[in-house]
Design a protein around this ligand. Structure first.
Ligand code: DGL
Length: 272
């Protein structure tokens, strides 16, 4: 049975796997985490694109029926190149998140937090503009890199003084630029784990409820639609299996579980 291939720079993409297991439990998943080379967030476009191509080659070699780029940074830099060069459908994290953000906003003012690479690439700006044009809406976007949030989440520091200070600083910067936003995109695999903290601080900072959008749920809904449209869905009664391949396994038990919400099971160590 052919699997859905999912890849990320590390274990963060397991937030997408978690949503897949919940929403399309009959699909089998082959997850590849490039844990030996994480983080991608601070690396150049050329490096991230090369890494994404390595990951795609590995998953295609295993016969996956579609590629899900669960990493925002890799999606931001490489989704177009991969989509144009491989024979299976490719879905990144940025487009689904952008569409969800436009649908959720009433003021048309949208904020984005992501890694340095994601923000620098301008991918969310372009994708949100495109989604707004499709939906006949007018939007304005403010994007800020918030790189310190990634290591905090990996350490499991999801609440308390240190993550609060870091998050406040990033939100303050965003607020200065966009005091009227009503939607904030969590444009990084790690940020959904900080959702309770970010929700509280954002509501406080903007003085009204801010809608937080993370791409995992929308990505999974779009995956299901795409599989359906191409006739690639698993048989309705099938029981999906999860297999994980990683380029390094240090700390995987501890950190991986934090993202997946359960143990990862057997892990294969691979070189790309
Ligand atoms: N997976 C990355 C992302 O979503 C975050 C971690 C990294 O920098 O590699 O942008």
């Amino acid at each position: 049975v052919s699997s859905v291939g999912v890849f990320d720079s590390g274990v963060g993409g397991l937030t997408v796997v978690r949503a897949l297991l919940e929403q399309v439990p009959n699909e089998s998943i082959l997850y590849l985490g490039d844990t030996a080379r994480v983080p991608y967030g601070n690396k150049s476009a050329a490096t991230v694109t090369r890494y994404a191509e390595n990951a795609a080659r590995f998953l295609l070699g295993r016969g996956v029926k579609m590629l899900l780029i669960a990493c925002n940074t890799a999606s931001a830099y490489a989704v177009d190149a991969l989509g144009a060069s491989v024979a299976v459908p490719v879905l990144g994290a940025v487009e689904p998140g952008a569409r969800a953000a436009v649908r959720a906003s009433t003021t048309g003012r949208i904020g984005v937090l992501g890694t340095l690479g994601t923000v620098r690439s301008g991918a969310y700006l372009r994708a949100i503009d495109r989604a707004a044009a499709e939906l006949g809406r007018s939007v304005r976007i403010a994007a800020r890199p918030s790189p310190l949030l990634v290591p905090l989440v990996e350490e499991g520091w999801l609440e308390g003084e240190v993550p609060e200070l870091a998050a406040r600083r990033y939100l303050d910067e965003l607020h200065a630029e966009a005091p009227d936003l009503d939607v904030l995109v969590l444009g990084c695999t790690h940020y959904p784990l900080l959702r309770p903290l970010l929700q509280r601080l954002a509501d406080e900072r903007w003085g009204r409820p801010v809608t937080l959008v993370d791409s995992a749920a929308t990505m999974v809904a779009e995956t299901d639609e795409l599989l359906g449209a191409r006739g690639l869905r698993a048989a309705p009664g099938a029981i999906g299996e999860l297999r994980c391949a990683l380029t390094d396994e240090a700390r995987v038990d501890e950190v991986g579980e934090r993202f997946l919400g359960r143990t990862l099971g057997a892990i294969e160590r691979v070189d790309l």
